[in-house]
Design a protein around this ligand. Structure first.
Ligand code: GLV
Ligand code: MN
Length: 196
């Protein structure tokens, strides 16, 4: 859902001081085949680096500047057994989830607060409509692997637990206590888990 490009390509110059809706282009004279090539998704992510048991490796305009102005990007998501890709949303993109290995319980919640979910197996795909909160949970016995595809060069990710409990500065605990109908001590205990 990004705007259409106005030229064949525009390899992002991430160092440019020019600010615009996206990134400035590198001069076309220096562009080679390597600018259209990315090997960053070949390696398995470290699923033990966080308590959730998942790892997201992104091929977006920031890691792969060749995507600039082209309106799409991709992630590799690795899951330990029982790993959860925590509830989050992408403000700028619809997402397709293609499972390559294992078995994932994938779901999103609509603005009518309905949960739509499926167990997705290798070769199957599930679509997450733009902006809606979604998650994946590895329900198989072994590791799982998914490729996710976005119709934006930089979909953005709003991670719900971090948004609520680990913003800088943090949302006042009395607000969260009232919103979630829990005691402030519980709010503070959750905040401390997220390093806030
Ligand atoms: C999965 O939901 C992802 O955003 O890669
Ligand atoms: Mn997602």
């Amino acid at each position: 859902s990004d705007p259409d490009p106005l030229q064949d390509f525009c390899i992002a110059d991430l160092t440019s001081k020019v600010l615009l809706n996206g990134f400035a282009c590198k001069p076309p004279s220096g562009i080679t085949s390597d600018d259209f090539f990315f090997t960053g998704l070949t390696k398995e992510g470290n699923v033990t680096a966080n308590p959730f048991g998942t790892n997201v490796t992104s091929a977006n305009v920031v890691s792969f500047p060749g995507l600039n102005t082209l309106g799409l990007s991709m992630n590799r998501v690795d899951y330990a057994p029982g790993g959860v890709n925590i509830p989050h949303s992408h403000p700028r993109a619809t997402e397709l989830v293609l499972v390559l290995k294992g078995s994932l319980f994938v779901g999103f919640v609509s603005t009518a607060n309905l949960l739509f979910s499926k167990v997705v197996n290798p070769g199957e795909i599930f679509v997450i409509p733009k902006g809606l909160v979604h998650f994946q949970y590895n329900v198989g016995k072994g590791k799982a692997l998914a490729i996710t595809v976005f119709n934006s060069q930089l979909p953005g990710a709003v991670l719900i637990p971090l948004t609520l409990f680990a913003s800088k500065p943090t949302i006042p605990s009395e607000i969260l206590a009232k919103a979630l109908q829990i005691d402030e001590e519980v709010v503070n205990s959750i905040k401390s888990k997220f390093g806030a």
